[in-house]
Ligand binder design. Structure first.
Ligand code: ADP
Length: 279
């Protein structure tokens, strides 16, 4: 993997290890020798999907990248974004979690503009711009008309739409998604996949998505990584996957023979990795 046009990679892990509770009987090595880089694809960004056995350090890798204080920094090695070591959270990285992460005391509108207001100084936006951007993203994620509702008045899918809008409104160059659709029923999950693909052209960010759905990984990912059992590192990589089409329902692609073949190929590799037989 090379650096494109002399730009530093958008994300780089250099021989990263993370040991929780080091030096105690509860010491646990979640990641070891994790090295990768993701080039910046101008005006596009890449979509990497991460699969792996439960507890193999997938969330830990995302949390190190986000600079999340309970996990950051790595025990050894280095995490870099655009050539600079990560030293904490930043507006350039947005995170979407599995659990609904909206503030219960704010409306949809209040939630979506929260990050804009918090970063008002850095962004240089006045209140009118903040309000109109928030409304624009509420519309884009399909929540027009729901802006005055509170999170408890929304369905699970709608709450994840708020989470997407809250993240995307800040236009982060890196979006980290940790099982974002896992708590949703299947039809809603497909709707969210469709929304993500439809919004994709506008977002132009690099996305890392952790999922336990092999179908979702193959559908959404430009590449799929399978992490080894803990301590996690990349055991297998798949590229040249079927490309999702904006405006096309995910099932139209997910039912094709080509798609099902790739899912079977990745599933077989996943089973090998689970058995500790990775190459
Ligand atoms: P995954 O996302 O692949 O399921 P995680 O990255 O969440 O796995 O966790 C990897 C391992 O590290 C798990 O065994 C988990 O219990 C442990 N772990 C994660 N966070 C912490 C923490 N803050 N303190 C102690 N152990 C942790």
């Amino acid at each position: 993997m090379s650096e494109q046009r002399g730009h530093p990679p958008v994300i780089e892990f250099r021989d990263v290890a993370k040991v929780f509770n080091p030096g105690t009987p509860r010491a646990f090595t979640a990641l070891e020798h994790l090295s990768f880089l993701i080039d910046d694809l101008p005006e596009k960004g890449e979509f990497r999907a991460i699969l792996g056995p439960s507890g193999c350090g997938k969330s830990t890798a995302l949390n190190l990248l986000s600079g999340f204080q309970e996990v950051f920094p790595p025990t050894s090695g280095e995490v870099r974004v655009r050539g600079c070591p990560v030293c904490g959270p930043g507006i350039d990285r947005g995170m979407v979690f599995q659990k609904y992460s909206s503030f219960p005391m704010y409306t949809v509108f209040g939630n979506v503009k929260f990050g804009l207001e918090l970063n008002r100084g850095t962004l240089g936006y006045d209140q009118r711009r903040i309000d109109s951007l928030a409304m624009e993203w509420i519309e884009r994620v399909g929540l027009g008309g729901h802006q005055h509702k509170y999170p408890h008045q929304l369905s699970g899918g709608q709450q994840q739409r708020v989470a997407l809008a809250r993240t995307l409104v800040l236009r982060p160059r890196i979006i980290l998604m940790d099982e974002p659709f896992s708590a949703l029923d299947e039809p809603t999950r497909l709707e969210m996949q469709r929304l993500l693909v439809d919004l994709w052209g506008e977002v132009q960010a690099t996305v890392l998505i952790v999922t336990h759905s092999i179908t979702e990984a193959v559908y959404i990912g430009d590449r799929v990584w399978i992490f080894s059992r803990a301590p996690g590192r990349i055991a297998r990589e798949f590229s040249d996957l079927p490309v999702p089409q904006p405006g096309v329902h995910p099932l139209e692609i997910q039912r094709t023979a080509e798609f099902l073949e790739r899912v079977e190929e990745v599933s077989e590799a996943f089973r090998q990795v689970e058995r500790g037989e990775e190459r």
